[in-house]
Design a protein around this ligand. Sequence first.
Ligand code: F6P
Length: 344
Amino acid sequence: MVAVRHLGVLTGGGDCPGLNPVIRAVTRAALQAGVNVSGIRNGWKGLIQGDTVTLDLQSVSGILPRGGTILGTSRTNPYKRPEDLKRLHETLARLELNAVIAIGGEDTLGVATKLAKEGVRVVGVPKTIDNDLPATDFTFGFDTAVNIAMEAIDRLHTTAESHHRIMVAEVMGRHAGWIATYAGIAGGADVILIPEVPVDIDEVCDTIKRRHGRGKDFSIIVVAEGAQFKTGSDVTREEKLDEFGHVRLGGIGDLLGKMIEERTGFETRVTVLGHIQRGGSPTAFDRVLGTRFGVKAVELVLAGRFGTMVSLQGNKIEAVPLDQGTGALKTIDMGLYTIAKIFD
Ligand code: F6P
């Protein structure tokens, strides 16, 4: 097997807090092992376009606390156009990139899986604020998003209480209720609505009325963007699909707010947290997890364990086959959701 002398690293898909700690850890660990590192700009697009930058100790200095990704990102799918895939392979050969570490969610890692099957020497690092990837207990980015959402719920509480209002907070998470459930429990939300359980509007309004009945004239409702009404389907911002076939979710908070106000007569306001949840500095948990993932990914590259991805299992960082990491969606642990319901 050809020894790895030149390693490429890329970040693909939605940005998320913790990407820079991974890039920093990968660069430092690789350089220490005598391997040169190139940052590939804007995900798979950078490999198609041959857009790379040399990473050294200086270029990753000071990036640990920074949100986003110094490499940029895109939702480019090289398997969409055969000519793109050809150019991607040409770039790998021309730059003599012996291995690639791909940091991303289901789409980026899905591409990595296909490339690994074609013989490209790739190792994956799972990221997403949604925490919906199977084969890892947690992805970095999730903890930061949850803390941001929790703080927002804390702030909504004060207005809810002062104005005797119902406050609806719509959070991200795609088709899994991890952010909603964690932030909802941590913020003491009165109702948490998630994609895994169809929304029963009568039950929501009954809970609010019951609280009023016992003197609680305000309520906090957390709703995941992917939650659906019993009869309905995804609530989306636009019909357009991205290169991986995803719709842009969003808008259920507004629908819900209107329904609650109409049915209960209580004044209701809606806050959509949106990309605020994905921005800014990573929490300590995400910085540590990102760093551990980065170091382990380089270890796997050096050991020639391509076609794998790093994964958090309990408190250990392990390697699992890439295709296990991008299979079925990891939906919420219903035991946890039940805890949230106890406080209704
Ligand atoms: O997957 C991360 C995520 O933030 C989802 O929670 C959300 O649905 C989506 O990305 C938003 O994507 P975009 O940044 O393209 O609007």
